[in-house]
Write a protein that binds this ligand. Structure first.
Ligand code: B12
Ligand code: SF4
Length: 497
């Protein structure tokens, strides 16, 4: 079959697995890529993005390629946009549309009811997608296919059995990125993952949902062997001349034994700097030494709240503050720069909680503090808790679950204006924190700067973040910057420039 994948402005790792698998199964695959400038979930400026809209290139590619099926991988935030593209492609080409990824996996019944969607894949696609295509190749689907939902001609939703999660990730290929060759700067920042799942089970995270899709109740962490992972990187080094590796595992340092096998071989055989993410419980002296020896230049740690009780009650995070302090102290001793992730808008938190965060982070030396407003993503435990405790209405949850994240994306919209302004001041302070000496941090407070005009707060905030990124280019920054300029080039080339 002829299979077209559709991507919006950035790499989707799922396609780097699924596309080569389909090719090996004898299908013809291609990629339709929209540069999506100023409309890519990181920078979203609706008015400017209209000037740079190149979605027509997806249609041009589809006309030329003539697909039998078109594949989409959806986050909650890009789901509506993908639906729109799917609807028009379905109409113009007559191809069937298949949706997979985290959003369809979380709310498959809602997604399959969308007129633009023919099939929904719930959870892992490596076995499910080739099986579906094989059945479609023999004619329209009449009986349920594993992991797949679809509408019968009478409008009934049919769902195939859920396959067990892949136990042995070594039995799957590593990421192969030839399909992206014309669209990504793989040399500047090579993104990859060695594992799936996480044992912590935070209420706001997709991992809990993903690891229980096949009915199991226990957390399910699986990791490729270090050898399998390094083989992928060796190929990438040879093919694309990679100069930086962005390891996106949620808790890369979980298994110390694995790190021991990885560290020395990575340094000898790959030898380019890399960044990774971890959790305070999985960062001890030995793991940090192994990271350092391998060439790690940045570790991203989720803190989320500095109130242990809030962290435990609302987020189900078991670590204590001393775990966080110990982890960063060890990183500082090893001279590995680190980034801390902080969340605002956790139910029951008040501006005082942000004051405690400002004080707590003020004693540490992160390269950057990333801030996020808590989002009640579909299928997460925190969405259920927020509904029960009336932090979220059923109508709001329904909008989120249909991909209308709009004003529900940041919970700050619900705050009264003065409190919102106070929160904005804390955001600015947290973003400034890595740039300020301690004696200045002791002197300024949020109440002082809360009276600044909103425009000034936003400008200072932008500047603080920009300086931090330049002082310490995190993996996210490197990847995004390389992609952004490359997307410009793609857009320009398409314009005939
Ligand atoms: C790597 C990663 C990223 C990377 C790359 C994302 C990408 N586009 O590939 C980066 C760092 C860029 C990123 C950014 C963001 N991310 Co992110 N990210 C992840 C992470 C850790 C792993 C995803 C991944 O690639 N896994 C490996 C692939 C192989 O697995 P997979 O995507 O699940 O795909 C499998 C199946 O789902 C299925 N499948 C997937 N697509 C399709 C399509 C078809 C047709 C079929 C049949 C099957 C199929 O088959 C695949 C193989 O089994 C997840 C957490 C997680 N554990 O999933 C969060 C996650 C996806 N990210 C999340 C978020 C919120 C973001 C950001 C918005 C964060 C932010 N505030 O800036 C940004 C948005 C970026 C953007 N431009 O879209 C959320 C999404 C929640 C939601 N409901 O939408 C997640 C789930 C984390 C969480 N909070 O729980 N992210
Ligand atoms: S520690 Fe990170 S990856 Fe693990 S469940 Fe929590 S948020 Fe998800």
């Amino acid at each position: 079959m002829r299979v077209l994948f559709v991507a919006l402005g950035a790499e989707n790792l799922a396609f780097s697995l699924l596309a080569p698998l389909l090719e090996k199964a004898g299908h013809t695959v291609d990629l339709a890529f929209s540069a999506s400038l100023f409309n890519d979930q990181v920078i979203s400026l609706p008015t400017i993005s209209r000037l740079f809209n190149d979605d027509h290139s997806i249609h041009d590619k589809a006309r030329e390629f003539r697909p039998d099926v078109v594949c989409f991988s959806a986050f909650s935030m890009n789901h509506r946009r993908l639906l729109k593209i799917a609807g028009s492609l379905r109409e113009s080409t007559g191809a069937k549309t298949i949706f997979g990824g985290i959003h369809p996996s979380a709310v498959p019944e809602l997604v399959v009811r969308e007129p633009a969607v023919d099939y929904v894949c719930v959870g892992e696609g490596e076995t499910a997608l080739p099986m579906l295509l094989e059945r479609l190749g023999r004619g329209a689907l009449s009986a349920p296919s594993p992991n797949i939902l679809f509408k019968s001609p009478t409008g009934e939703i049919l769902r195939g059995p859920q396959l067990p999660l892949h136990e042995d990730l070594d039995s799957l290929p590593g990421f192969e990125k030839d399909i992206w060759r014309d669209y990504l700067r793989l040399d500047k920042c090579y993104m990859t993952i060695s594992s799936r799942g996480c044992p912590i089970r935070c209420t706001f995270c997709a991992n809990d949902l993903l690891s229980s899709l096949d009915g199991r109740k226990s957390p399910h962490f699986r990791q490729r062997s270090a050898e399998h992972f390094l083989n992928e990187l060796k190929t990438a080094k040879r093919k694309y001349g990679i100069t930086f590796v962005n390891i996106e595992d949620d808790a890369f340092t979980l298994d110390a034994g694995w790190l021991r096998k990885f560290s020395d071989s990575y340094r000898r055989e790959i030898g380019v700097p890399f960044a990774c993410l971890s959790h305070p419980l999985f960062l001890d002296e030995e793991r940090i030494r192994l990271l350092k020896e391998a060439g790690c230049v940045s570790v991203d740690i989720g803190v989320q709240s500095v109130d242990e009780s809030v962290r435990k009650k609302w987020l189900n995070r078991p670590e204590k503050n001393w775990h966080i302090e110990r982890a960063v102290q060890l990183l500082e001793e090893a001279r590995i720069p680190y980034v801390l992730d902080h969340m605002l808008g956790i139910p029951s938190e008040t501006p005082e909680s942000q004051e405690r965060a400002w004080q707590f982070y003020g004693k540490l030396n992160p390269s950057r503090i990333n801030t996020f407003w808590l989002t009640y993503y579909p299928g997460t435990e925190i969405q259920r808790i927020a509904l029960t405790d009336k932090y979220l209405t059923a109508e709001e949850a329904d909008k989120i679950n249909r991909g209308h994240l709009g004003p529900y994306y940041g919970v700050d919209v619900k705050l009264p204006a003065p409190v919102r302004r106070l929160y904005r001041s804390y955001l600015l302070l947290l973003h400034l924190s890595p740039l300020l000496p301690r004696w200045i941090k002791r002197k300024i407070g949020a109440a002082r700067i809360a009276n600044l005009p909103e425009g000034a707060l936003k400008t200072l905030d932008f500047l603080a973040q920009w300086i931090c990124f330049h002082r310490h280019p995190t993996a996210d920054y490197r990847r995004y910057a390389a992609q952004f300029w490359n997307n410009f080039r793609i857009f320009w080339r398409r314009k005939g420039g």
